[in-house]
Design a protein around this ligand. Structure first.
Ligand code: ZN
Ligand code: ZN
Length: 274
């Protein structure tokens, strides 16, 4: 069993909690320590409860609070060499440098990192597994690659980037150079690319699909949601759009290694917990 909750997702800050009954991890810390603490408290948690923090890359919307959090709460941080070297504040209490091609484990969560094409030093993303459940986060990805899609095969939960609506980006306030950077193979996935990615990977076993990293300038919840719906079967109820300014609820992924939960089956095993 894995549970996932977003502390907030979007171009101005990203942080995601992943937990089992024994282990609590934070993926990225894109809010200040104060804001991270406030948002965790809304879920009944404190940074003191964390077993560790994983960082995807050095952009500010993923690392804003990581230095202060690691030092104040004596928390270990996992990240690639390239990300570590590119960070302005990398004075962590404990640093675990990883290879983006080598699996590792924190508590009872298996972690499978993979490199992502993005305009950062050595960006990667992670798949978290426990007892037959697999949760993958794919944000800050300029383009999908065969390697990424191979990694995503069989995941039971997915947080996928749905950064921009093409029409809004083309007609919005961003100068052409910035628009080009966002659309490039080292920028971000838009709503259409997110839908195409989900359609290309086998999504039959996915219990939940979270759309994240939306641009506040160049996207809306409705545009992201309705575009993804075009790539999924009619009345598919697995999709949730994550918000920039508020936490999500917990999304629970039930695995083959979990005891059967009364009233659920494999296709309806997603429980959104209050
Ligand atoms: Zn980002
Ligand atoms: Zn980035």
């Amino acid at each position: 069993m894995l549970q996932v909750a977003s502390l907030g997702s979007g171009s101005s800050g990203n942080a995601t909690l992943v937990r089992t009954t024994d282990t609590l991890l934070l993926l990225d810390c894109g809010f200040t320590l104060k804001e991270t603490t406030v948002r965790m408290a809304k879920l009944g948690l404190s940074p003191a409860n964390l077993d560790g923090v994983l960082i995807s890359h050095e952009h500010g919307d993923h690392v804003k609070g990581i230095g202060p959090l690691s030092r104040k709460f004596a928390k270990p941080v996992w990240l690639t060499h390239g990300t570590y070297n590119a960070l302005r504040d990398n004075r962590f209490t404990h640093t675990n440098l990883i290879s983006a091609h080598q699996a590792f484990k924190i508590g009872d969560i298996d972690i499978d990192p993979f490199p992502t094409p993005h305009d950062a030093a050595e960006s990667c993303q992670y798949i978290f597994s426990n007892q037959g459940t697999r949760f993958a986060c794919v944000t800050d990805l300029g383009a999908s690659t065969p390697h990424v899609e191979e990694k995503l095969a069989g995941v039971t939960g997915l947080l996928v980037e749905s950064n921009y609506d093409e029409h809004m980006l083309s007609n919005g306030p961003y100068p052409p150079s910035l628009q080009a950077r966002i659309r490039s193979d080292f920028g971000h996935l838009g709503n259409v690319q997110a839908g195409q990615l989900v359609r290309r990977v086998d999504h039959s076993g996915m219990q939940t699909i979270l759309l994240g990293h939306l641009s506040e300038q160049n996207n809306t919840n409705d545009a992201a949601y309705s575009t993804m719906a075009e790539y999924l079967p009619a009345n598919d109820n697995r999709v949730t759009v994550l918000q920039q300014h508020s936490c999500s609820e917990w999304f629970e992924l039930i695995g083959t290694g979990d005891k059967a939960v009364p009233g659920t089956n494999a296709s309806a095993a997603l429980t959104e917990l209050a």
